[in-house]
Ligand binder design. Structure first.
Ligand code: 6GU
Length: 224
């Protein structure tokens, strides 16, 4: 999977996206993340990426020209399955969307900022608009990192067996069951006996029952 991320704050991507699982995925050659600084695609001498909104009002709007130059340049070299714009008025990300998107090979992620991007970018370049929840962030960068992480861990070979994506919360619309590790008795707080019984089928049944119970208690909306 290759992700081309377009941003006017490239330094933000020096952080979490280069750590841990995502870092290992890149080192293994399973995933390539390329950050593009919008400022590198400006044509004016002050390298402006944004301007005042036509019609007035507070907040700057990202201009179409640098975005066009960046996206068109990428599309002339590679074919992309999606051009995703991260925006609070997009479709709310969930595990089902992450599963589907993880099947794609190449995607462009466009991070909005300030008051967003010129609507013509959305009309003519963007194929999908995604939000990561009903709250407002200062820009699309954190949302792009959240989306990227949720996709990368689903790429075959990225996770080792012990962190299998199949048993995560939200797979099968169920929350994950409780987990325990040694010691089996800590200050009298005991691990459920079934988990140390060695009875595999019973343990699977217990985990499923606990997952359903937890989902009923915390997220009945997931059960429909
Ligand atoms: Cl994708 N962008 C911004 N700016 N805020 C958000 C968001 C995205 N998703 C939730 N809040």
């Amino acid at each position: 999977m290759r992700l081309d991320i377009i941003t006017c704050l490239p330094e933000l991507f020096d952080g979490p996206i280069n750590q841990s699982i995502v870092k290992r995925a890149q080192q293994k050659g399973l995933v390539e993340i390329v950050i593009h600084n919008l400022r590198d695609y400006t044509t004016d001498k002050h390298n402006h990426v944004d301007d005042y909104a036509f019609g007035g009002g507070a907040g700057m709007v990202l201009m179409i020209e640098p975005i066009d130059k960046c996206i068109s340049g990428l599309q002339s070299k590679n074919t992309y399955d999606e051009v995703i714009y991260l925006t609070p008025d997009g479709q709310t990300l969930n595990q089902g969307m992450a599963n589907q998107l993880s099947l794609n090979e190449n995607m462009i992620l466009l991070c909005g900022h300030y008051k967003g991007v010129d609507q013509r970018v959305r009309d003519h370049f963007v194929t999908k608009e995604i939000s990561i929840g009903d709250y407002v962030l200062s820009g699309g960068e954190l949302a792009a990192m959240v989306l990227a992480d949720s996709l990368i861990r689903l790429v075959p070979g990225v996770l080792n067996d012990e962190s299998s994506a199949l048993t995560d919360s939200f797979q099968d619309n169920l929350l994950a069951p409780p987990v325990y590790t040694r010691p089996a008795d800590y200050k009298g707080w005991k691990v459920p006996e079934i988990l140390t019984s060695g009875h595999e089928a019973k343990i699977e049944q217990w985990r499923h029952d606990e997952a359903v119970k937890r989902t009923q208690e915390r997220r009945p909306d997931l059960l429909g």
